[in-house]
Write a protein that binds this ligand. Structure first.
Ligand SMILES: CC(C)(COP(=O)(O)OP(=O)(O)OC[C@H]1O[C@@H](n2cnc3c(N)ncnc32)[C@H](O)[C@@H]1OP(=O)(O)O)[C@@H](O)C(=O)NCCC(=O)NCCS
Length: 160
């Protein structure tokens, strides 16, 4: 019997035409109290100092990451707005590759540091960030709409 052919993942930058699929992933990942609303999500993908990377499998969006960067007193700092993978396509290394690409875009924008918030109970995301070299840099009480606390993770953008 022939083995089923494994579909490959295509990584590319976001196009506005991806928005409905991108937002469907947001809806699959977060309940309504925690979701970015459609308008805000659209704005995030359109900001000049940002990059949205997508992962596509057989023409279907499987995940995305949005990174943005800002000039601060001590240089350019990047921030991961969100990273999300459709539940159907998890644990295949997609988020890790999206994160690597987001870091690369931030580096190209001359960011030297990248940081993010993550729900303290989100063990999967925390393990992902730690696997990419992020370290714990703080805690934000009641950061999320549901009252959950956030942890802050960050890393320098000097290494790979
Ligand atoms: C967090 C999330 C993006 C991970 O996506 P993913 O594509 O499944 O992650 P990857 O397959 O790239 O995993 C990379 C590493 O992260 C860690 N990881 C990912 N999911 C994990 C889980 N469920 N449990 C434990 N570790 C996990 C592992 O270290 C994994 O490496 P390994 O598979 O070699 O052990 C995904 O679970 C998701 O979309 N969650 C909902 C949205 C969300 O919470 N986003 C984070 C916002 S801060």
């Amino acid at each position: 019997m022939k083995a089923a052919k494994e579909s490959s993942v295509q990584y590319r930058l976001y196009h506005p035409a991806d928005f409905e699929q991108l937002y469907a992933i947001e809806e699959a990942c977060f309940d309504s109290t925690l979701r970015f609303d459609r308008c805000y999500m659209k704005q995030l993908t359109e900001r000049a100092s940002s990059a949205t990377w997508t992962a596509e499998i057989d023409g279907r969006l499987a995940g995305f990451v949005i990174v943005e960067w800002t000039r601060m007193l001590r240089g350019i700092v990047a921030y991961i707005q969100t990273i999300e993978v459709d539940p159907v396509f998890r644990r295949r290394g997609i988020a890790r590759e999206l994160l690597r690409r987001a870091e690369e875009s931030a580096r190209e924008a001359r960011a030297t540091y990248i940081w993010l918030h993550v729900d303290e109970s989100n063990a999967a995301a925390i393990a992902l960030y730690q696997s990419r070299g992020y370290e714990h840099h703080g805690h934000h009480e009641h950061y999320y709409e549901n009252g959950h606390n956030a942890e802050i993770y960050a890393r320098a953008l000097t290494g790979a």
